[in-house]
Design a protein around this ligand. Structure first.
Ligand code: XMP
Length: 211
């Protein structure tokens, strides 16, 4: 099963709700990050949760364990069902997110490697593999890995086994759904859906890649 995850990076509350409602029948989850929450407030999560889809908080949480706990408690209390954390602060910081997720019946994903060109500066030379080891150690649910580099997703699949891989970078960043869908559990798509004239139709175009 390859899910389609709408990345809802718009900064207007009513536009966000309109696009989310239109795309919801074509999608399996909605990912919300700082752009929308800083513009519309954390309460947007409760409104979006009413659509009945899992809601992923892309806050790339990256602090000391205690602060990560406090952040994640707010995330799950707001109605999110999953959180994305950075792994570079170390296993204890990730574990704090995993524990908060579990306490709320939710999930935690760890960024293993990023999709943009500059990511190569630090996400290289075995670092993503070490981050995958933290995922195994902490019991996190899976990783975020770049659709822009299918060969790297293949390599990281070797590391994480059956844990989930959610993959951003499709469409606007150049990633090809035909090349990535079979390798991952979720395709994260933002601009090429929410920026389209007809977001529902744009989302529907990914239907052949949802298994
Ligand atoms: P676009 O518009 O490029 O949006 O389809 C992609 C969404 O995914 C986020 N993103 C990432 N998140 N690791 C992450 O954890 C990544 O490598 C990565 N690349 C993109 C981005 O912030 C946007 O919300």
């Amino acid at each position: 099963m390859t899910d389609l995850i709408l990345s809802l990076d718009v900064t207007d509350r009513s536009e966000a709700l309109r696009i989310a409602a239109a795309v919801a029948p074509e999608a399996d989850a909605i990912k919300v990050g700082y752009p929308l929450v800083l513009a519309a407030g954390l309460g947007i999560a409760h409104d979006l949760a009413e659509l009945g889809l899992p809601l992923i908080a892309d806050f790339k949480v990256a602090d000391i364990p205690n602060t990560n706990t406090l952040i994640c408690e707010q995330v799950f209390a707001a109605g999110f069902s999953a959180v994305i954390a950075q792994g570079f602060p170390g296993p204890d910081s990730v574990l704090a997110c995993v524990d908060a997720a579990r306490a709320a019946g939710g999930e935690c994903y760890v960024v293993a490697e990023m999709s943009h060109p500059g990511a190569r500066t630090f996400f290289s030379e075995g670092v993503p593999e070490r981050l995958c080891a933290i995922v195994a150690e902490t019991g996190a649910d899976g990783i975020i890995a770049p659709a822009t580099r299918p060969e790297r997703v293949r390599a990281l699949r070797e590391q994480v086994g059956t844990k989930k891989i959610l993959s951003p970078g499709i469409g606007a960043q150049g990633g090809d759904p035909a090349a990535i869908a079979a390798l991952v559990d979720g395709m994260i798509v933002g601009r090429s859906i929410y920026g389209a004239e007809d977001p529902a139709a744009a989302a529907r175009a990914y239907a052949p890649y949802r298994r």
